[in-house]
Every structure is written in structure tokens, then in C-alpha cells.
Design a protein around this ligand. Structure first.
Ligand SMILES: Nc1ncnc2c1ncn2[C@@H]1O[C@H](COP(=O)(O)OP(=O)(O)OP(=O)(O)O)[C@@H](O)[C@H]1O
Ligand SMILES: [Mg+2]
Length: 481
């Protein structure tokens, strides 16, 4: 990764220097430009590996710059910086080809996660579609797993890569569903030529999801100020990743079924039938069979999607992979210039007996925190123990582990703890967006803000929430890579 150079475009000196400090400390070669014109000029003079640009600038603004860069150097990744983290910004950034977007003030963890994802992807793109990969090939793509259950997963990914069939990825939270979806996509033939659109169905409110997926006509509902193409149109001839498909409301499931069966759909508020050809990779941690029984998920849709089913094992079912995963995350999260930290044998022993309700994301989180809090060359057993005690995992299952009647002896105290864990988990699942989490929890934003205040959840948690932060990489609800 030596000599990766990054151009930061921002007229606001504070942000520019802040980013420069973080990135220089991480070993990147950083250059600054004050506006779009200056950026284009520098671009003509030297080679960059990434551009991070502000949105609002005098002259050529961030969006215009992205468009221009994508014409000049389509392979050069561009991140957008924005203070206004609205869904529209995310969506627009994605449709014009920005690779990710970051909210100001920039969270260093999110920044590093986004960089990791992007640079990992461009190395992968260079490798091109491979034949059979085997465990080593997948390790090169950062999917670790020598255990028996993972060999089966690799076999299925191989199968998915050689077919155009829809894929349904199942697994508990943090088992690597998104990672697998990306691996299938990146290995598809012509991956470079066709788009990959990611939609987090849980993060979009019920009222908006149809318009997001299928588009809308001007005036279709209040707020529909112009015609808008849906994400299926954006993904035409490519792949759409419908994450958390179990959260799609029934009404939209019907439209989804039609698009899968006939390749046909209508934008909201429009009669014209449109056609697309899109491969769907769907993922969920829900029990779809139960959702079908209770009438929340269409059985016919389930069968349409389930052409290539991939089940990801929970980490506790493949504890043999823990040591290799630990090595992988140690390497991934160590700063290049800092003294290296390892994991002590006694700490490893402790991890081998842990049930990992948050699966691989939780393990990654333990290592990440361990590295930042380590007092010596090794992450000690007591550090890991402290983490396990305070563990709040990404979903309800974790509460069983978190039940701690000694620290929270009263009912009130315990309920507060549970409420707090739940709110944190929801925030995390929604990429730390308060508005999105409020929508999912069906309370107002203000109510959620008040609740957070009452529960003592503040900016610190949001910043420390490495799990969610890492996963979303600072990006929004839908993005195109
Ligand atoms: N086999 C693996 N090897 C290495 N890293 C992994 C593996 N599986 C998952 N990870 C890492 O664990 C984290 C969580 O993975 P991912 O986001 O794909 O999980 P998920 O199943 O989509 O979770 P959720 O249901 O909560 O969305 C990511 O940082 C990912 O890179
Ligand atoms: Mg996911």
C-alpha cells in the first residue's frame, strides 16, 4: 500500500488539515486543493489513488468535480464530504458515480473503513474474474475460513459466480453476508462493465422504499418534485444487492416479484411499463420461513430469490477459524508506523470459548479495541475479559450474554440497560443515523434524541461504535460501487 496518494478538495481549512493529519499519520501521501479548478489542475499533473472532495465550494462544486473526474479517470475513486447527511445526497453521490461519502465531522474509524473497502476493491478489480479460488484465493479477497462450513460457502460462491441466478444469503448478524455479496459480484464476468447497487432495505422507511427501488413520477406524492429513476434502473444490466430483504414491506414485495419474474415494473405514479435486467443478491438475518408462516413474507418471492441459497455459519460453529481471523484483523487494524500488537495465548483461549453473538464483526471489534487500548506488545486476557463483560452485540440475541444481574440488580436498572443496548444496536444497524434508526423503531427523531439523552448515549458512543461505523464505512443507505 506504499505511496498511495490522496487529494483532499475543500475550501474549509479546518476540515482539510484535520483530514490531512489523520491520513498522513496513517502513512498516505496527502495533497490539498482549495476548489474544483485547483483539483483538476493537480489531477493533470500527477497520479492520485483517491480524491476526497467537499460538496459545497465556490466554482466547480463537489458533484461537478465527481462527474468530471469520472469522465477523465473512471477508475479513480472519489469520496464526497458532506455536512448535510441526507438521503438525497447519498443517492445523488451514488448515481453520479461517487464511491462513498463521509459525514462531517469526519469520524476517523469510518474514514479508515471506507479507505480499506475502496483500496481492497481496486486491488481486487485488478485481479479480475478468477477461476476456482479455494481458501487461499478467498483469503486474498479478505474472506477468511479454512473450516469445513466455510469450504461449503466458498463452493457456493464459486457456483454463484458462474451463474446468473438470484442469490439469497442467510446468516446471523455479522457473519459476513455483505462481504460474500461483494465477492460474488466482484468475481462476476464483466464485473467492471456493470454496476453494483447496494440497498439497505432496513434503513429506508416503508413509505419511501417503493419510490427508491422503482422510481417515481413528478407529483406522485408530496415531495416528489421531479421524475426520479429507481435503483433497479440504476442497476440495469448489473447487480443489485438488497440487504435486509426480510424488512421489505409486503406491498413492495409484490412489485419485486414482478420485476424478478417479468423484468417489468412501473415507477410510482406512472403507468408506463419499464423493463430492466438485473441480478439480485439478497441477504437477511431473519427467519424467512417464519415470516412466510406469519404472512410477512411472500412465499413465491422467497422461491424466486432462493435460486442459489448461501447459508453463513455463525462464528461459534467454526471456532477453528478464530486464530486466523485474529491474525487477519490484527494486520488490518494496525497502523503501519505504530509498534505492532499481538494477542496473548491466554486471551486467545478465552476467545475460543466465547459464543460470539455478534459473530465476526464482534471479533473484529474486540481486536480493534484491543489494539487501541493495549498497554504492551500483547492484548491481554483481562482486556478481552473487560470487553466481553460490557459486550453489547448487534441484535437481541446478545442480551442473553449481556444479562448481568450483579451489576444491574434492580428491575429498573436492568430495563434501562436493555433499552440502552437495544437503542445502541438499532443505531448501529442503521449506520448510526438517528433519523433512520428512529424510522425503524417507529418513533420520531425527537423522541429518539430524548431517549438517547436519557440513556446517556452521546456522540462518544457513536464515535466508538466501531462495529456499525466499520460496516457502513461512513456511507449511506444505498451506494454504487
Ligand atoms: N470470513 C470473513 N473473513 C474476514 N472478515 C470477515 C469475514 N466475514 C465477515 N468479516 C468482516 O466482519 C464484518 C461484518 O461482515 P458483514 O458486514 O459482511 O456482515 P453481515 O452478515 O452483512 O452483518 P449484518 O447482518 O449485521 O449486516 C466486516 O468488517 C467483514 O469484513
Ligand atoms: Mg450486512
Amino acid at each position: 500500500m506504499d505511496n498511495l496518494s490522496i487529494l483532499i478538495v475543500d475550501d474549509e481549512k479546518i476540515t482539510a488539515f484535520y483530514l490531512k493529519d489523520i491520513l498522513t499519520a496513517a502513512g498516505y501521501d496527502v495533497h490539498l486543493a482549495q476548489n474544483g479548478e485547483e483539483a483538476l489542475e493537480q489531477l493533470g499533473r500527477r497520479k492520485f489513488s483517491l480524491i476526497i472532495t467537499d460538496l459545497v465550494m465556490p466554482g466547480i462544486d463537489g458533484f461537478a468535480l465527481v462527474r468530471r473526474v469520472k469522465q477523465l479517470q473512471p477508475d479513480l475513486p472519489v469520496f464526497i464530504l458532506t455536512a448535510h447527511g441526507s438521503y438525497d445526497v447519498a443517492r445523488k453521490a451514488q448515481t453520479i458515480g461517487a464511491d462513498d461519502y463521509l459525514l462531517k465531522p469526519v469520524n476517523p474509524d469510518q474514514l479508515h473503513a471506507a479507505l480499506g473497502k475502496t483500496f481492497e476493491k481496486s486491488t481486487r478489480a485488478k485481479t479480475g474474474p478468477l477461476a476456482k479460488l479455494g481458501a487461499e484465493g478467498y483469503a486474498a479477497q479478505n474472506i477468511i475460513g479454512a473450516s469445513e462450513p466455510m469450504q461449503e460457502v466458498f463452493r457456493l460462491i464459486d457456483k454463484a459466480r458462474h451463474s446468473k441466478g438470484h442469490v439469497l444469503i442467510r446468516g446471523e448478524s455479522g457473519t459476513g453476508k455483505e462481504l460474500v455479496a461483494r465477492a460474488i459480484y466482484s468475481a462476476e464476468a464483466n464485473a467492471a462493465a456493470h454496476g453494483f447497487v447496494i440497498v439497505n432495505c432496513c434503513a429506508i422507511s416503508e413509505g419511501l422504499i417503493e419510490s427508491e427501488l422503482f422510481g417515481h413520477a413528478k407529483g406522485a406524492f408530496s415531495g416528489a418534485v421531479g421524475d426520479r429513476e429507481g435503483l433497479f434502473e440504476v442497476a440495469d444490466n448489473g447487480t443489485i444487492f438488497l440487504d435486509e430483504i426480510g424488512d421489505i414491506p409486503l406491498r413492495s414485495q409484490t412489485k419485486l416479484l414482478r420485476i424478478l419474474q417479468e423484468g417489468e415494473f412501473r415507477r410510482v405514479g406512472e403507468n408506463k411499463v419499464r423493463h430492466v435486467n438485473v441480478r439480485v443478491i439478497a441477504a437477511t438475518n431473519r427467519n424467512l420461513e417464519e415470516a412466510i408462516k406469519s404472512g410477512h413474507f411472500r412465499e413465491d418471492l422467497y422461491y424466486r430469490l432462493n435460486v442459489i441459497p448461501i447459508g453463513l455459519p455463525p462464528l461459534r460453529a467454526r471456532i477453528a477459524d478464530v486464530p486466523q481471523l485474529v491474525r487477519h484483523f490484527l494486520a488490518k487494524h494496525q497502523k503501519r508506523h505504530a509498534a505492532k500488537v499481538g494477542l496473548g495465548d491466554d486471551a486467545m483461549e478465552l476467545l475460543s470459548g466465547y459464543s460470539f453473538p455478534g459473530n465476526i464483526r464482534e471479533l473484529e471489534n474486540i481486536i480493534q479495541r484491543g489494539i487501541s487500548f493495549a498497554k504492551g506488545p500483547l492484548i491481554s486476557r483481562s482486556e478481552v475479559e473487560a470487553y466481553l463483560k460490557s459486550a453489547t452485540a448487534p441484535n437481541g440475541q446478545a442480551l442473553v450474554v449481556a444479562l448481568d444481574t450483579q451489576t444491574y440488580p434492580t428491575l429498573k436498572g436492568h430495563l434501562r440497560k436493555i433499552e440502552r443496548d437495544f437503542v445502541l444496536a438499532r443505531l448501529q444497524n442503521c449506520g448510526w443515523s438517528v433519523s433512520e434508526a428512529a424510522k425503524v423503531m417507529e418513533i420520531t427523531r425527537t423522541a429518539l434524541h430524548n431517549k438517547m439523552k436519557k440513556l446517556g448515549i452521546n456522540g462518544k458512543e457513536l464515535r466508538l461504535g466501531g462495529e456499525g461505523a466499520d460496516r457502513k464505512g461512513g456511507s449511506g443507505l444505498a451506494r454504487k460501487s
